[in-house]
Design a protein. Structure first.
Length: 197
């Protein structure tokens, strides 16, 4: 069982999204607040970023936003965060969010979300952290990504234990339960040792 007191959420900030994505993000925030889990995220007020933060704040939870100084713009940044940290660049933003989090969740998003998710997975793969990682697969958004991971396994670019570094669920309640129960896969270092040949 994981002792999760904070979760870093990666997600899209685009406008004009399907309301189902926004509702799921808000519900995720609500559930975090109800479990007294602090939200760590990119500080935005638009898209799913705004929805997940609003879900936490509307239910008396705590939200820490981390933003690089070039994105610290009033049209982008949430006004009501518990705490806002401004860092010099996007690389330090990702490192700081990772440092503060006990677990990670990717909600649907674009390039930034993919970048953050795969960097977090890579860090788990090479042993920088052992924190659970989950995908909230609202409207099966991540199905193509999951298929790509399966293809990478089939073509032997990753090992079987790498595939289970992340979990995925369609609904927020189920994903949170699975993150709490997550157990780190064994044998992650065998691709470094190369002693299985």
């Amino acid at each position: 069982m994981q002792n999760i007191q904070s979760i870093c959420v990666y997600c899209g900030s685009a406008d004009g999204l399907n309301q189902t994505y926004l509702d799921a993000a808000f519900l995720m925030g609500k559930l975090l607040a109800e479990r007294n889990i602090q939200l760590i995220y990119g500080a935005g007020k638009t898209g799913l970023m705004g929805a997940v933060a609003d879900g936490v704040l509307a239910n008396n939870g705590k939200v820490t936003g981390i933003v690089p100084k070039n994105l610290n713009e009033p049209q982008l940044i949430h006004n009501n965060l518990t705490k806002l940290e401004i860092v010099p660049n996007i690389h330090l933003r990702k490192a700081r969010m990772s440092e503060l989090a006990d677990a990670f969740i990717a909600l649907p998003g674009g390039f930034g979300t993919f970048d953050e998710l795969f960097e977090t997975l890579t860090w788990a793969q090479i042993g920088i952290h052992q924190k659970p990682i989950g995908l909230l697969n609202t409207l099966h958004y991540f199905d193509p990504l999951i298929s790509m991971v399966n293809h990478a396994l089939l073509e032997k670019f990753i090992y079987a234990e790498h595939k289970i570094l992340f979990i995925h669920e369609e609904f927020p309640q189920n994903l949170l339960e699975d993150l709490i129960k997550f157990e780190q896969p064994q044998g992650l270092d065998r691709w470094i040792k190369r002693d299985d040949k």
